[in-house]
Design a protein around this ligand. Structure first.
Ligand code: GTP
Length: 412
């Protein structure tokens, strides 16, 4: 029986917390562990042989995905991959409903729906087994977070014996559970009946409230409008993963996502292409694009990705960082817990630094001397850092030249 997958990719007006990195590249195409964020989800989908078609649904211009679709079709020949564009942001369920004919074409029996901004071990085969075993209508991926972070997410209350979802609240005001929505779902076709019912309820409400904008009625969110309904009916289960999981919301969260995907690659395929071998100067996992040049005396890792044509000079130190294409880290410079966007140049003996964070933190904000700052330093496209300059916990907007030390600032 055939299945389909839908990846919700959003659009230019969403994912604003990913700025300034999303100013020149859509968040979902940003490379972590050497590959666009959505490629990791596509790789995971290859573990489900019944999936033949993957639909990316979003509201970016069609041109945004043109090159990616050509590359992805070569990398994943088992899938037909298409981009379907919403005429405006229709919400995570509104887009599904709008494209229901395209989604249901070929009569798929099951539909995987994945939020593109999730970094996960994607236990899709396990979700599928649960779906079949329980004869479910819907299975949601659940993951546990520290209780203090739970209210930033959709929270799930389940019956621990049956794994049935009995209650779902998006970003609750008080603590109800630390089992949260992992942004991956498996539905059967009846999901469209549930969305249709939510739409009708919305239309009814609008009849009573003429101030409601007619266009807004089209906007439906899986989390608020659909999952709450599913939890009130039978057949909705949660698969609780013990694998890694992290959301990619802020630009800084690309650093822990990069670390998680590199570690996964290192653990599952130590000889994977472009993973650098451990040595006195390489602390794995480190990914180096074949067109990059790294001086043998530079020390890299752990959790470093070096992009195409990047250059790392003698005696440099790079750790927990992403260096995108055409970046340069000159000799004896140090880049820690940071992201260098395309074309960034870091001078000799300079230091670009963030603060230590762990993936379990689920936040890229820290407090230093009582001030809220970004834990990761982010230098946007073509920023130039002078020799011997120190940048600490800063976000620097594109094309700036930094000539003196800066700390805990957003430099515009
Ligand atoms: P918050 O987490 O509430 O700040 O919102 P968000 O837009 O950053 O994320 P949300 O959890 O709402 O979205 C989950 C995924 O769905 C992300 O990958 C978004 O890019 C995507 N998404 C959000 N809104 C839409 C939409 O209107 N249409 C489509 N196709 N995708 C969307």
């Amino acid at each position: 029986m055939s299945s389909k997958a839908i990846i919700l990719v959003g659009g230019g007006t969403r994912g604003t917390r990913f700025r300034p990195l999303s100013l020149d590249i859509p968040k979902v195409l940003f490379p972590v562990a050497g590959r666009p964020i959505i490629s990791h989800a596509l790789s995971a989908l290859t573990t489900v042989p019944s999936i033949k078609e993957v639909l990316l649904i979003g509201f970016y211009d069609d041109s945004v995905f043109k090159d990616f679709l050509a590359e992805a079709s070569r990398e994943f020949p088992q899938f037909s991959i298409k981009y379907l564009r919403e005429y405006r942001a229709l919400g995570t369920a509104g887009g599904l409903y709008h494209f229901r004919d395209a989604i249901l074409k070929g009569h798929p029996y099951r539909l995987f729906v994945i939020h593109a901004d999730v970094c996960s071990s994607f236990p899709l085969a396990e979700m599928l087994s649960m779906f079949e075993e329980k004869e479910a209508k819907a299975v949601i991926l659940g993951t546990r977070v520290e209780p203090q972070f739970a209210s930033n997410f959709g929270c799930i209350v389940m019956d621990s014996a049956t794994k049935k979802v009995i209650h779902y609240v998006e970003k609750p005001e008080s603590h109800i559970s630390n089992l949260i929505n992992g942004g991956v779902y498996l539905f059967d076709r009846s999901i469209f009946d549930v969305i249709a019912a939510a739409r009708n309820a919305r239309a009814e409400q609008a009849r009573d409230d003429p101030s409601e904008d007619e266009d807004a009625q089209e906007v439906l969110r899986l989390e608020q409008d659909i999952l709450v309904r599913l939890a009130q009916a039978d057949g909705f289960y949660v698969y609780e993963t013990r694998g890694f999981w992290r959301q990619i919301k802020t630009a800084g969260s690309a650093v822990p996502a990069n670390a998680l995907y590199l570690q996964k690659l290192f653990q599952t395929d130590i000889d994977a292409p472009h993973l650098a071998r451990a040595s006195a100067t390489i602390v794995p996992p480190v990914y180096i694009d074949p067109t990059a040049s790294v001086d043998p005396t530079a020390k890299l890792g752990p959790n470093v990705s070096v992009g195409p044509r990047a250059r790392v000079g003698a005696g440099a130190r790079v750790k927990e960082a992403i260096l995108l294409e055409d970046t340069e880290v000159k000799h004896d410079a140090c880049v820690l817990y940071s992201i260098l966007a395309r074309g960034v140049k870091v001078g000799a003996w300079a230091r670009v630094e963030g603060s230590h964070i762990t993936p379990a933190d689920h936040s890229t904000v820290i407090f230093k001397n009582g001030v809220r700052v970004q834990s990761v330093s982010i230098l946007a496209q073509d920023v130039v850092v002078g020799d011997e300059v120190r940048i600490q916990n800063c976000v620097v907007l594109p094309h700036k030249e930094i000539k003196s030390d800066v700390e805990n600032e957003v430099i515009m």
